[in-house]
Design a protein around this ligand. Sequence first.
Ligand code: NAD
Ligand code: DAU
Length: 332
Amino acid sequence: MNRILVTGGAGFIGSNFVHHVVAHTDARVTVLDKMTYAASRDALADLPENRVDLVVGDITDHALVDDLIGRSDAVVHFAAESHNDNSLADPSPFIQTNIVGTFTLLEAVRRHGTRLHHVSTDEVYGDLELDDPLRFTEATPYNPSSPYSASKAASDHLVRAWVRSFGVEATLSNCSNNYGPWQHVEKFIPRQITNVLIGSRAKLYGAGLNVRDWIHTEDHSSAVLTILQHGQVGETYLIGADGERNNLDVVRRILALLGRDEDDFDHVADRSGHDLRYAIDSTKLRTELGWTPRFTDFESGLADTVKWYQTHEHWWRPHKEATEAAYAAKGQ
Ligand code: NAD
Ligand code: DAU
């Protein structure tokens, strides 16, 4: 795999993956990214020009996608509309990018016989009760709750159908909640950190008892590269790092790291259809492909992330006001 096309490679996780590929392989990377509000050129800024190039374009553009895939040995597909709250406000771009965009890529990899890795989410499985002893596995039935997770579920089904019906050489992964540098301030952890940094208060949806299974984005990247290199075509691998925490605990930890009182947050309007708990069992990935996460201490990873936002205000500040205005309009 000398030439890898990374869709959504200017986003939070995609850009981390591009850095990971450059550091751990000799491959050349082409990033295909529409440069939506969630993309960042800065996240790709310090990469060598002879290893990485950026094509600004849409994954639903057949001619562009066909041309780029025709010149690639493998495609790693991160591009998506990724935020649940946005999908509740306007589902339309989620259908277009996440479903039609994935269809467009599948048709091109089918024509060219190109290897594909499709990046997806644990949200396709719906949610778990707080006291459920079971976690999501590759055998858990799909039961998505939001327009975002339904669009990702649809894209997963398309990939499996193209594998079975057309022999497309694809693998899939479903990962839990990522945290780390370069995450947009609309998402939970960066929103709370930056709220505190601008002198505002953290905002917790509902009672804050919802549980997310946190994984550092570096570990997501290493897992995706492992699957791309060693995964079995047609197989799905769940990616997780045993990082279950409820939102209240995470907010209190952020407040403590920033020297604020542990009750310095507001309860705001809950998310419609809010999933209660996600939890990943990544045994298959660990036993079959030998992957293990490096960032197993969530508290220490969170402390580093807080420091990163403290030192990168020039990056997040321009997005903060509009993001908070949109939340305020919804009582969040
Ligand atoms: P992000 O929103 O930060 O980045 C998405 C990127 O896709 C952006 O750079 C954006 O410009 C690009 N993009 C959007 N529409 C496009 C289009 N039509 N054509 C080309 N590019 C387009 O998202 P993220 O959090 O980095 O998530 C990346 C992928 O990982 C998504 O597929 C998401 O479903 C999946 N995922 C995310 C998480 C998480 O916790 N964030 C967890 C599991 C899986
Ligand atoms: O599980 C993987 C998914 O994780 C990915 O597929 C998505 O792309 C990614 O955005 C993330 O989805 P969530 O909806 O879980 O993430 P978010 O950061 O939006 O919210 C995390 C939790 O925090 C969730 O329970 C809602 C809550 N929340 C969120 C915000 C923005 C708050 O309590 N307050 C907030 O201000």
